[in-house]
Design a protein. Structure first.
Length: 145
């Protein structure tokens, strides 16, 4: 069960956001997400654009690709959320949630870029890239979160 609103923010508390509902969640294995997070895999969740609100602070923007802008705290450096060109949703790390145990990934994307020594033993769907996921992303069953 997810407590609403869903809340999150940066490490130092200067940037805070809230959202009404989770659209989808997963693991991303792409090299960009690995470098941004400093981890071998990035766990993310998405919110529909209208469900997401910045409630405190002014994050700094960084275009990590032609299609995606990431927003960071200028004080502590935490990657707080991101928006894609033409996307109708906002992306955030499960790690910046106030209650990360309430959201479970439901897929793996960019599996073709997965580090060969990283093996997550689950039966979640796996997509070679982030372009072949049913789009617009279909909303999983509420019991998946």
């Amino acid at each position: 069960m997810i407590t609403r609103p869903i809340t999150g923010g940066c490490f130092c508390g200067a940037i805070r956001w809230e959202a009404d509902d989770v659209f989808d969640a997963g693991y991303c294995h792409c090299s960009i997400c690995r470098r941004i997070s400093g981890a071998p895999v990035y766990s993310f969740l998405h919110f529909k654009e209208g469900d997401f609100r910045l409630v405190k602070g002014s994050p700094k923007a960084f275009a990590s690709s032609k299609q995606f802008t990431r927003y960071f705290c200028g004080d502590c450096g935490t990657h707080v959320f991101g928006r894609g060109e033409g996307w109708s949703y906002v992306s955030a790390s499960i790690g910046v949630l106030d209650r990360p145990t309430e959201v479970r990934p439901t897929m793996h994307q960019c599996e073709a870029d997965r580090l060969p020594w990283l093996n997550i033993a689950d039966d979640l769907p796996r997509y070679p890239t982030n372009n072949n996921i049913p789009h617009p992303r279909e909303r999983p069953s509420p019991t998946d979160f």
